[in-house]
Design a protein around this ligand. Sequence first.
Ligand SMILES: [Zn+2]
Length: 389
Amino acid sequence: MTSALGRLCFAVALPLTLLALVTLPGSRHLMAQQKKAVEAPKKGGSAKSKKLVKKKGGAKAKAKAQPKGPPPTPAKALFGAAKSPSPLAARAIGFYAKGCLAGGKAIPIDGPAWQVMRLSRNRNWGHPRLISLVERLAVDVKAHDGWNGLLVGDISQPRGGPMLTGHASHQIGLDADIWLTPMPDKRMDRREREDLAATSMLAADRVSVDPKVWTEAHGRLILRAASYSQIERVLVHPAIKKALCENKAFPRDHLRKVRPYWGHHYHMHIRMFCPKDSPGCTPQAVVGTDDGCGKEVDDWIARMKRIYAPRPPVEPKIVVPKPKPTPKPPEITLADLPVACKLVIGNTSPPGPSPLSDVTKPDPDAAETDGKAETSDDKAAKPALAGKK
Ligand SMILES: [Zn+2]
């Protein structure tokens, strides 16, 4: 009986002991080593086995190269925190919607024919050539076009780069928003420059200009900007483009540079060509020779009419599937920007948590959208869509 019990105990204990050996970390390591020894090719082993080992090593190295940790700080937090320009020679670096600005210059907040708006944003910085051009435009339109002077909206941050709110472009100091509201005669104080609302040019239908607001002087202002050889394109709402096309009193020469796009019914967006001093500036595809007054603008208007058309009431039984939310593009990090941008942002101390808290705040003035989910003007500034604008 006793020996039978002993045999039974042994029969149970042996597998348990083996199981414990297998599950002990040390023993697992040992076994892994043994397994490795079995798998490792002998010197002069077959090509196939060599390949296998190489692959395994590659995967391991990859895992090592990408250690898990907090995601890198978005570039907009770094550039949004920079309060002053980089002390480098002026140059635009990268593309309008992915780059930065070295040696930025601020346009004075008051000039003989302009006032800068929304001073709290500190976005009145640009490439010195763009700043000169905005100043020249202000003086020219006041002298020749019956326009009282410019209200200057966003240009760029002191070191350019992505912004915490609003625009996708305006990153390299070559884009500027000019309000379509004429400058008041009086000099506005800081509060007034924050509070004054810009005037939309659109009629209630949202696909045509309001004749009570839109004037020929608005058209002359836009076409004056387009006439400068340094200006690459001017973005306006399709209804404004249509109004320019339809008024035969306007010169046709530079209409092709006036490009229709979402938003831009209370401001125009002027964009300069890459200046000669900026070899690292990536140009946008040049606009064609067509003035865009035919099919192009008509397609835009038709599309907007479809969007804004009143819809018949939906039967309560019909379930309208929710549109899939468009996935957000990944945040631009410093690593995504041109290498020279590291030098541009180098002297800025890392931001505290406060700038990031602004990220989700709506920014109606800067967003350049048209009420539709889609769009800041600047999404189209990406090269892939360059031809569409
Ligand atoms: Zn803009």
